[in-house]
Design a protein around this ligand. Sequence first.
Ligand SMILES: [Fe+2]
Length: 386
Amino acid sequence: MVTFTFPRKIAYNVNSLEELLNISSIFNLKNFLIITDKIIEKTDAFKNMKEGLIKNNINVKVYSDISPEPNIETVDKIIDLLGTDDIDLIIAVGGGSVIDVSKVLRVKILRRDIKSEDISPFVSLNIENKKPLLVVIPTTAGTGSDASFAFVLKIKENGNEIKYASGNYELVPYETILDISFLKTLPKKQMIITAIDGLANDIEGIVAINTNPVTEGIAIQSARMFFKYLPKAIEYDEESLSYLHLAATLSGIAFSNSGVGLVHAIAHPLGSLFNIPHGMAVAIIMPYVIDFNYRDENAKKKYDEIKTSLERLDGFDVKNTLTEHLIDLYRKVGQPLKLREIGINENEYKNKINEIADLALRDSDLAFNPIMPTLEEIKDILNKIY
Ligand SMILES: [Fe+2]
């Protein structure tokens, strides 16, 4: 069985205030709860939106104490602190952490009987179309969480905090609002790595063993947009920012319905052992994994489909492989290619290669990669990326 989920509505290149007022009048919603983080809360984009809502007689509550890697208890804390009985619209303004907390928060408001840890694809939540609805205003261009049914939050297990990833199709936000005044608040370096993470989701999703025709079509379109618009988006060109924002949401739709692969399987342990931001780890690993997967005939065809689309439709120079296009993109935006360039100590890294390879081999995303690598093959990639 193949199922496919995505948000009911994607509004892109819009003014978030106007769109929220629009939602308010269509559904008669007056009590909004905005979930965000401390940095975004201080931006003009956020203040303008909030003031505009209040001026239009919307009751607005804001919770902004979301850490970069929030734990599942954050959700209960919000409910205890703010009282959420009267809330009829939750607005997540942020990146993956803010969005994922908001998804689980909505479930908990509607279903007090369900424990966050019990949310899985295999239970029926019966919350579809019930108030509060969830709309998302993404402030990065890469997470894709605004378009997906998944969430990642930390939970305690045997005294340790571990990342807990799950999902349910009823968690897909009702609407995603892409307003570039929020994307403009993102520093250039973060824009580069979050966008390359989004591009990795496309490139991994299209060759994943679970891929399907919808993912393929959407991922190719999204990948073309990342390649084409990232170089100008980092100069804050408005048209490019708008297309980059949309590319990220499309990549969220594509990969969350197909899975990712070896890039992510390596990025998870590498990122957590060396404290490397997820997008940076993904960016450095990706060219080497594409080269590794090129030996799979089917993967080669898919990679070449993106390559050919770039050359035939978008006027890129003809190159031998998709990897060459990727490295060219890195050169244009100043993305490092090796771990040594981002200050990782060589000895410390070499001492941890076995551990990273071992953890990558056990990562749940690996199951979707078109080729199952051996431990030695992962170690070879880990040596190459230094
Ligand atoms: Fe990712």
